[in-house]
Design a protein around this ligand. Structure first.
Ligand SMILES: Cc1cc2nc3c(=O)[nH]c(=O)nc-3n(C[C@H](O)[C@H](O)[C@H](O)COP(=O)(O)OP(=O)(O)OC[C@H]3O[C@@H](n4cnc5c(N)ncnc54)[C@H](O)[C@@H]3O)c2cc1C
Length: 307
């Protein structure tokens, strides 16, 4: 394994000096506002540079992790002794072409939805309030209010684990409930195409506002979280199970089961990753004891020993 200093130098060559940070606090980079430092943090600004940075990370042997907007991520208090490669703002191009929208992986879903509305393209409103990037959303097959990425993706450009950049089509995406073949194979999403249908910008805008209002009413949007902590178990709702188990408002340290939506674990201020992890374990155990249902986390973990 190469030394961090040497890896840093190579990253700088590939992405530019301004794109490489040392000891970057992940609490500043995640919606949970939790997490220690990443030894190296890189923000490439083009596909070429991203591919090169990932190649360097792979060849150097240091642990690395690709993130988007950090809205589904819990980073350990001890941070991550490797390189976090963030594909976000600097790779967020969006281009409308007829009924298709070409987007780079770092484009925010809210921005894509706004562009779709402006262009009179319907079918992406479901994603307007999901605070993630296109890349993160492909990975998770993000969805809400009856829509999911699966419904709109026509092709995705990836960097595969062998280092090849190629385009994959729906039959190879393996999109299921909050899962994808990208995740299983270890692909990095670089860009993609969304295909929508024509619609009335005013109606689309109204629908987006309705959904935003629903979120505001139902979700603890003013407190840091990573959205729904758990996936929806077959035949149940995680929030209802947690609430029925009497855990609404239950807290460990600064981590709390939201009073507003029991499916969300929130950081009430000063929560550690350990608090969140302990609370998640406690919720899983309690729900299993009471209802025999195993909750699976939707949130991703970085820097922890095996859960
Ligand atoms: C208030 C709130 C509400 C939310 N509501 C919803 C909702 O309604 N529906 C929903 O599905 N989710 C929801 N989420 C969760 C989250 O926003 C989504 O999962 C989103 O898709 C994550 O995108 P991200 O860019 O933030 O990914 P990150 O959190 O940065 O990463 C998530 C995962 O994706 C991987 N990843 C990120 N970018 C790439 C890439 N380019 N290539 C390969 N892998 C990548 C990471 O390695 C990680 O495994 C919510 C979160 C919050 C905080």
């Amino acid at each position: 394994m190469l030394h961090h200093a040497e890896v840093r130098r190579r990253f700088e060559e590939a992405a530019g000096k301004n794109a490489v940070f040392e000891n970057e606090e992940m609490s500043a980079r995640t919606s949970f506002r939790i997490g220690g430092a990443a030894a190296l943090f890189v923000t490439p600004d083009s596909e070429e540079s991203a591919v090169e940075v990932i190649r360097i990370a792979r060849e150097s042997g240091i642990p690395y992790y690709v993130m988007g907007n950090g809205s589904n991520l819990l980073v350990a208090d001890s941070g991550f002794d490797g390189a976090v490669i963030q594909l976000a703002k600097k790779m967020s191009g969006i281009r409308v072409e007829g009924q298709e929208i070409r987007v780079q992986c770092g484009a925010l879903l809210s921005r894509i939805a706004a562009e779709a509305r402006n262009a009179g393209l319907d079918g992406f409103s479901f994603a307007s309030g999901i605070p993630g990037t296109f890349g993160g959303a492909c990975m998770m097959n993000a969805g809400a209010y009856g829509g999911e990425m699966k419904d709109v993706l026509s092709d995705v450009r990836i960097l595969d684990p062998d280092g090849n950049v190629r385009t994959v089509f729906p039959e190879e995406m393996g999109l299921g409930y909050r899962t994808s073949a990208f995740e299983k194979r270890g692909d990095i999403v670089l860009s993609g195409t969304i295909r929508l249908k024509e619609g009335d910008p005013e109606k689309i805008g109204k629908r987006m506002e309705e959904l935003a209002q629903l979120r505001k009413e139902k979700q603890p949007l003013t407190q840091p979280s990573a959205g729904s902590t758990f996936k929806r178990p077959k035949g149940y709702f995680a929030g209802k199970l947690i609430s029925d188990a009497g855990l609404k408002g239950y807290s460990i340290g600064g981590a709390q089961v939201s009073e507003k939506h029991a499916g969300f674990v929130i950081n009430t201020g000063g929560a550690t990753a350990e608090d969140v992890r302990n609370l998640i374990a406690f919720i899983r155990q309690t729900v299993f004891e009471k209802f025999g249902v195993e909750l699976e986390t939707e949130v991703k973990f970085l820097g922890f020993e095996e859960m």
